[in-house]
Design a protein around this ligand. Structure first.
Ligand code: FAD
Length: 492
């Protein structure tokens, strides 16, 4: 529908009942679901990048664990599947929430009845410097690869999933890994699991990785060479490094040195370093394009620095002149129906922060699966509100669950896997076979509330059930992890 003239403007305005902003997993899932549920209404998906992410081969592994493939595809695929879904390539510049109007960078206005914001997040760059890069989308990953093939040494800052994958995947280049914690992988693991994983960094990587049973990411770049505009590309995800070689300039496999409990104090260009007092104390460091001083006093020269220190939600175009509530992590705060505090504006995926009272076994983490779940649930909430139907918080928000691979091990995380928020009120049971498996169970008042499973443990379904049914396990004690007992039979 084209309406002409909005109050005070002579521009043409397009009207859609539903508008979704963002062509990542959350936005595409939300738009598809709305188009499916309202075949008689037009749904617009506004997105900055020319390609969209679609979920394929969705497989439910257990009640809450899911695996799927993700493909970056031209938007025509979506439009062919849903004739009432229109994909518009233009970044949103401004939202006037009171008028229910969005303006895009190319000057078009879009009026909506219900809006869902799914603009994702971008890397939190510790410092703006040409030698510091963040990895987020296809373009930045390829930029990284280009720089890496000429590099002899890089510094990786950060201790989350991206840093973990990077330090393991990079070969032929020395990696200095600076982490602020006492153990690697702090976002996902405790010190015990870190200890289990560390030896993998010291041995040669297996030629071929084991078959990968987790969300896989395919980039159809050939379709559109302009894929992923620099500013607004969608986030990469699981297996983002598959298909791009992460090799440096040297003939070595892993060469990782971890600097614990430190952060970056300063980043200096070669010129600035040579002029600084640091040079006199560290004149033997050799000549490097950039130098980093760490808070533990050490100075390293390197080819470039990768900053993998978390993300910042992309909220900027929506804030000015509106009354959104932002959470501490700067995400748009949403209630249990994915509503922001502006009427008719919903949000899902990395851009939002769950503002409802969470189940004791769930926490938000900016991960692929949660982006899909939130996008899907937001669409269902929008539908329920339009149709004036009741809707309850989706079951997927009952229990946190994540399946991935780190250092070539299968990794399953369930519930309060790191005893998050439990204080001292918990007990840990651990079983570990070096090089094979690491199993950790978090118990609180005799009930299982979380688990970390590394390796092919085959315990995920049983543990998921034990966590969900909150059975009192006090009487089993350490037998719970006795490898000679078939725990599945035990609880059947
Ligand atoms: P995004 O996928 O970021 O999509 C946002 C969309 O909004 C994009 O299409 C963008 O073009 C568009 N957009 C942004 N601003 C505007 C605007 N102003 N106007 C219009 N459109 C706009 N998760 C895992 O579960 N497992 C992993 O192993 C994993 N690895 C990762 C590795 C890397 C390198 C990165 C960066 C992330 C990884 N993640 C992983 C996280 C996962 O990719 C994200 O949680 C997920 O992609 C978020 O989806 P989203 O739809 O919310 O946002």
């Amino acid at each position: 529908v084209e309406l002409s003239g909005m109050a005070g403007s002579s521009q043409v305005e397009k009207h859609f009942r539903f508008v979704v902003v963002g062509g990542g997993i959350s936005g595409v899932t939300c738009a598809e679901q709305l188009a499916f549920q309202f075949p008689g209404d037009e749904v617009a998906l506004l997105t900055a990048a020319p390609l969209v992410k679609t979920v394929t081969n969705l497989k439910q592994v257990s009640k809450t664990l899911e695996e799927f493939d993700v493909e970056e595809q031209p938007s025509s695929i979506l439009e062919e599947k849903y004739p009432n879904l229109k994909v518009i390539h233009s970044a949103v510049r401004v939202l006037r929430a009171k008028q229910h109007v969005l303006q895009t960078e190319d000057g078009h206005n879009f009026r909506y009845e219900k809006l869902c914001v799914c603009t994702g997040a971008r890397p939190k760059l510790l410092i703006e410097n040409p030698h510091v890069l963040g990895i987020r989308d296809t373009d930045s990953a390829q930029d990284f690869q280009k720089k890496l093939c000429k590099a002899k040494r890089i510094i990786v800052i950060g201790n989350g999933g991206i840093a973990l994958e990077l330090v393991y995947e990079v070969e032929g280049c020395e990696v200095i890994w600076a982490i602020k914690d006492k153990a690697i992988g702090n976002t996902f693991f405790d010190a015990g699991a870190a200890q289990f994983l560390i030896p993998s960094l010291e041995v040669e990587k297996p030629e071929k990785t084991l078959p990968c049973k987790r969300a896989r990411y395919t980039i159809e770049r050939a379709v559109n060479p302009k894929a992923g505009s620099l500013d607004h590309g969608s986030a990469l995800g699981p297996d983002w490094h598959q298909g791009i070689s992460l090799r440096g300039a040297e003939e070595v496999s892993h060469n990782v040195h971890v600097e614990y409990e430190c952060e970056i104090e300063a980043v200096l260009s070669q010129h600035d370093f040579m002029q600084s007092p640091l040079y006199t104390q560290n004149s033997d460091l050799g000549t490097w394009p950039v130098y980093a001083q760490l808070t533990n006093g050490k100075v390293y020269g390197c080819d470039f620095i990768v900053s993998a220190t978390g993300v910042v939600p992309n909220t900027e175009p929506f804030l000015q002149g509106n009354n959104f509530e932002l959470a501490e992590d700067h995400g748009l705060r949403v209630d249990e129906h994915m509503r922001t505090c502006e009427p008719d504006v919903y949000a899902a995926g990395d851009v939002c922060s769950a503002g409802w009272e969470p189940s004791p076994l769930w926490q938000q983490m900016r991960l692929w699966t949660q982006a899909r779940q939130m996008g899907f649930y937001a669409a269902r909430c929008i539908a329920a509100h339009v149709l004036e139907e009741a809707i309850e918080l989706d079951f997927c928000f009952e229990l946190f669950s994540h399946i991935t691979r780190f250092f070539n091990y299968k990794v399953v995380l369930l519930g309060k896997f790191n005893a998050q928020g439990l204080g001292l009120d918990h007990k840990l049971l651990v079983r570990c076979t070096k090089g094979l498996e690491y199993v950790k169970v978090v118990l609180s008042r005799g009930r299982m509330v979380g688990a970390v499973l590394i390796g092919d443990t085959d315990l995920e379904e049983t543990f998921e059930n034990l966590i969900l049914n909150q059975m009192d396990l006090s009487s089993y004690g350490e037998e719970l992890l006795n490898p000679d007992i078939d725990i599945e039979d035990y609880f059947d």
